[in-house]
Structures are given as C-alpha cells and as structure tokens.
Design a protein around this ligand. Sequence first.
Ligand SMILES: [Zn+2]
Length: 340
Amino acid sequence: MRTRARHIGVLGGSERCHAGTVTGEALDPGAGGASGRFAPSPSGPLHLGNLRTALLAWLFARSAGAGFELRVEDLDPDRSRPEHERGQIADLAAIGLSWDGPPWRQSERGDAYRDALARLRERELVYPCWCTRAELRAAASAPHGALPAAYPGTCRGLSAGERRARERSGRPPAWRLDAGGRVGVALDRLHGPLEAAVDDFVVWRGCADGEGVAAYNLAVVVDDAAQGIEEVVRGDDLLTSAPRQALLAELLGLAVPRYAHVPLVLGPDGTRLAKRHAAVTLAEQLHAGASVELVVGWLAASCGLVPGPAELTAGEVLEAFDPARIVREPTVLDGALVAV
Ligand SMILES: [Zn+2]
C-alpha cells in the first residue's frame, strides 16, 4: 500500500519542489513505547501553550510506558536565563509531569555538536557561507520567486580563490548543509507522512570571538539521538523543520524519530500566545484564582482530550488519554480560565 504524503512546502526554493508518495510501511516505526521529550528554551516563563505541548508529550510517552526526558535548549546566551530554567521546571512539576534523570542542557553539549559538524565536514556535506544578513535579505526579496526562507546557494559554488578571499576577510563563516536537492521524509502521528525538498539550512553559526555555535536543527538532531528520543511531540509551528531534521539525522547515521506536531494555543487576537496577552502563564492563572487542577483540566479540554472544563490531575488525564481525540485546530485563549 502506498500512502499519500503530506507535502509541507518547499524548503529550498521552487526549483526543488518535489511532491510525491512514500510507503507507509517503510515509515512505520511499529507499536510500543517510544521515549519522548520536552525541550523548552529558557527565555521566559512557559505559557499555557507550552504547558499543553509538554503535557501532550508526557502523555504520549507515559501512556506507552516509555521514558520522558527534559532538555533545556539554552544555546542562545543572550536569551537564556537560569531563573527561567528554574521557573519552567517548577511549572512542569507543578502540573504533575515527571521526567527521567536530570534535564540535559544544550549549553553543556558543545563537544557532541562539534563532533557532528566534523563528521559532516569530513564527508563534504556542509560548506562555509559568508553571506551577511543583509545579503540574505536582498537575495530573498529578489524577483526570482525564491521563498524568503530559501537560501539562494550563493556560497555553494564558490571557487577555491573566492573561498580564500572570504577567509582572508577574517569573518567566521556559518556552515550550511549541502542538501543537494535531497528530500527529507518523516512520519507524523497526526499529520501522516511528511516530505519536502530540504534547503541548504545553517547547521553551525560563526561567531566573531570564538568557534561559533551549533544551530538549532543540528543541536536538536544530535540530542534527540543521544537521548534516545523515538517520538518528538512539539508545536506544529515546527512542522516544516521535520524534513530538515530527518534528513540531517539520516546523513549523520542517526535514527529518525517519529513526530507528533500538535496545534498551538493562540491569543485572543489570533497570534501566537505571548507575554503581552493576559493570563498566559500558570502563575498568572493561579493569581486570577484558578487551581492547578483547573489549569490541567483546561489544557486537556482545550485540545479535545476531555469533553469540557474540569479539575483534573495529569495522572487522571493520563488514565483517559486517547491521542485520536486531539484537535487539529489551534485553540484561542481568552484571558483567565476562571471568572474573577
Ligand atoms: Zn552564503
């Protein structure tokens, strides 16, 4: 049987567009417990959308009797704060989630990322890119139909001389995957098979005062494999990252996890939930008079797991967990969960 793949857009420019089919059987990881994870960036308090995604990730893993890992994605030193990490972990524990072992921190994983970059360089699967943000913006707005996110490939075909000239500039390059038009293929529990042509995305960012830092996609792929994550549950704003990460995992010889991209929670104005919206965090809801159980009940009800608002513990939601009930549409949060 061949299953129609959900084509989620071209990541590398229209010339590489490739819609197609993949075999469902080939992608089926089989039944059984698949270790899961939640991996927040400690750049602020978790909002109810983050907490709902964390709850769902925990439910998927624990309902299968599988492990559940926590990972702090703190590679951006300008935005990451230890107090946010502590606050996020406290909120996850407060809503009743448990995880196996201490949380991993990406800021402590540099050796693993450098090793992955070295393997990609050895196999000439990456190339240095000296494009500035301004150059990338100019290329993206040029009238040749490239998507804003698509890298035009400027540095892919540099001659040895051109490369030396850029090296002499002293500006450290980023490293991009030489995707070569390859298609990334992944299986999503809620969206079915996903596939897309992958662009030459950045795997390593140059940095003027050091060796640089792993880009998000590289760090995630290396960590998911190292933590033994078999099922990645996360917000569906990252749906288009799945083919990129699946391809990168394959090229690194790592297992490709299964995915479940779950819908987001939006603010009353229909934009992604943010601090400027009212009562978005657990603390704000508790301050408005809600109990933790009412918040957990709302998290479960808002994504379709239980019929209506109720006071529930995470354990009670786990007992009744049926992934088939998860809604596919975003939820709009309209202020406090209790009338003040
Ligand atoms: Zn470039």
